[in-house]
Design a protein. Sequence first.
Length: 289
Amino acid sequence: MTVSDPVVEDVVATISRTATEIRQGLIGRRGTVDEENPSGETQAEADVWADELLSDRVAGIDGVGQYASEERADVVACGDDPATSSAYAVAVDPLDGSSNLKSNNAMGTIFGVYDAALPARGDTLVAAGYVLYGPITTLVLATDETVSEYELTGGERTLIERDVTLPAEPVVYGFGGRVPDWPDDFREYAREIESELKLRYGGALIGDVNQVLTYGGTFGYPALQSRPTGKLRLQFEGNPIGYVVERAGGRSSNGSQSLLTVDPDDLHDRTPVHVGNDDLIERLEAALA
Ligand code: AFP
């Protein structure tokens, strides 16, 4: 199944092919480089390499005017300005959960295609998705039309589920950050959820969100006492994941409003991220109000 917008289709096909290469190239790139990304985190060799591969390929697509990534400070201008033309801006987290390379656990590549110049609100996304490097490489893709899941083999995508929707009965939850660092109101909400759902937390947003999409439930990386704006990045993680979950029938929130309605100040803004079944996000917002 291809996407009806040819530029978006080109972006998705390019990321699918590149992700397959990224996965194969992880072997031998498990070390760190002596650099920090713009969010102040130590970069893995694989983070830098995946970003270079993706920028080379995505920035070359006709109809893409900007490329931005969690691993570089500034937006790369690579075509017509999305602010004044019909060109799109593509934002990626080249290797989400790259610290899982050390322990050989799940990680992924996240992307968002914005119909606006970056930084942009999530409600300007026209497509977003992620590649999950699990035992099988899968792509979850959300567009205005639907959410689909594909298997990726040699860069080719095979549709395995169309109209992916969040199961109505929630089963799993995963919350990031250390419990003593959680604000009291979030801790109280978390206590309730812990007694209702089953814990699944793997340290890579993509792996954890994919469990929520598969079984129903919620993922949250809340505001912390030590980090009031949370850990995750709005442009590269919060918006694309919020878009996927909302398109799949769930909700997203920064604690008080949909992630997709948050006005960004900076390309590397952080935000608390909560996604999942409607009633769980409603309870979260009520608990934090
Ligand atoms: P890395 O890309 O540095 O491994 O961070 C992954 C991540 O941004 C996100 O994918 C996880 O949900 C979250 O951080 C995990 O953070 P903790 O290590 O604090 O649990």
